[in-house]
Design a binder for this molecule. Structure first.
Ligand code: HEC
Length: 109
């Protein structure tokens, strides 16, 4: 019985891990630009900045109160700043960088 549930759990984990990778790319293809920006943000930025931009993990700035210009933000995304690494390679394209830029501007209020 214990073995059975272990097996089931292992199978579940396996299924789950396969699904997330394909889902990410499929999801991106069918999403609106705003949703794509949000997905990219969740994938690459939220672990430090939080979904709402306020998490502040490892000294990350609160993006909901940031007053930086678009140019400055683009520079930080591309080159990194302090404890924040460059996100250029992870985001892959300028289009993706623009989508994330629009998303983090939308976190401001
Ligand atoms: C490894 C953690 C980490 C990740 C991942 C990360 N950041 Fe940051 N971010 C930081 C830290 C730390 C700072 C503060 C840098 C400083 O000022 O020294 C920062 C600062 C910023 C700032 C400047 C805010 C201001 O007002 O000064 C912006 C904009 C920003 N991050 C956007 C992003 C975006 C967009 C992503 C995803 C593509 C991202 N960050 C991913 C840690 C991270």
């Amino acid at each position: 019985m214990v073995l059975k549930s272990c097996l089931f759990f292992a199978l579940f984990l396996l299924l789950f891990s396969c699904q997330t990778t394909t889902e990410n790319s499929e999801e991106l293809a069918t999403q609106t630009p705003a949703e794509q920006g949000a997905s990219l943000y969740t994938m690459h930025c939220a672990q430090c900045h939080g979904e709402d931009g306020k998490l502040g993990s490892s000294g990350a700035k609160d993006l909901s109160v940031s007053k930086l210009s678009d140019d400055k933000i683009l520079q930080i995304i591309k080159n990194g700043k302090g404890a924040m690494p460059s996100m250029k390679a992870l985001l892959e394209t300028d289009t993706n960088i623009q989508l994330v830029l629009r998303h983090i501007k939308a976190l401001r209020r």
